[in-house]
Design a protein. Structure first.
Length: 218
């Protein structure tokens, strides 16, 4: 009687996975893990910053490329905004960097919390002065006063103290200080540049009119 070797047929062929397959799975898993770690690291850093952080600085801190950071940040920002559950925050690119902000839909609740027991709001006079500086910068104190029709010395000092305006130079003719807005102003306004200001400038006096008014005041 002939004895057949039942172990000879198909031994191990169905259970084995090609080495190439294992490598591909391992590589994909490693890439996913790296991506999740990068996302977590960026979120952790941005949770503690006091001002927007450029993608380049984040990339240097984490040890990856700026392109990787930029891609992940934009992906996160989209996910936060388009998720099913409404988020109380946004990840936004402003003033040349990235930072978490409270979502505008909850502005009333945040304002109520922040201002409870204190007065951090700018006065109407300060807001008007800040608007003039924003639209006409660089602008002198006399020019701002000419537009507003009142003395603005104390208001400008308040805006400087708040970090919203700063000296940006001086006029060649008289040496009068020129004022402009700061990076903090852009951040607070949620803008990347002054080009995003609403088109209100045509309603303000042009440079020639300002110079004429200023010469009358001096």
């Amino acid at each position: 009687m002939t004895t057949h070797d039942t172990n000879a047929v198909g031994t191990g062929s169905a259970a084995e996975v090609p080495a190439e397959g294992n490598n591909a799975v391992d590589t994909a898993a490693a890439q996913l893990s790296d991506q999740l770690v990068l996302r977590g690291a960026l979120e952790a850093i941005l949770m503690v910053v006091a001002e927007p952080v450029p993608a380049r600085a984040l990339a240097t801190a984490i040890g990856v490329t700026e392109a990787q950071v930029d891609t992940v940040l934009r992906t996160l920002a989209h996910e936060y905004e388009s998720g099913v559950a409404p988020r109380g925050f946004q990840l936004r690119e402003v003033a040349g960097g990235w930072r978490f902000f409270s979502h505008p839909r909850y502005a009333a609740e945040v304002a109520a919390f922040v201002t409870t027991g204190q007065s951090n709001k700018l006065s109407v006079q300060a807001l008007e002065t800040l608007a003039v500086v924003a639209y006409k910068q660089p602008v002198t104190k006399a020019q701002v006063a000419a537009i507003r029709g009142v003395d603005v010395d104390s208001v400008l000092r308040t805006l400087e103290t708040r970090g919203l305006v700063q000296h940006v130079g001086a006029t060649a003719a008289t040496g009068a200080a020129l004022y402009g807005t700061t990076e903090l102003f852009l951040e607070r306004m949620g803008m990347n540049s002054l080009s995003e200001l609403a088109p209100l400038a045509p309603y303000l006096p042009d440079d020639a009119q300002l110079e004429e008014i200023e010469s009358e005041l001096l």
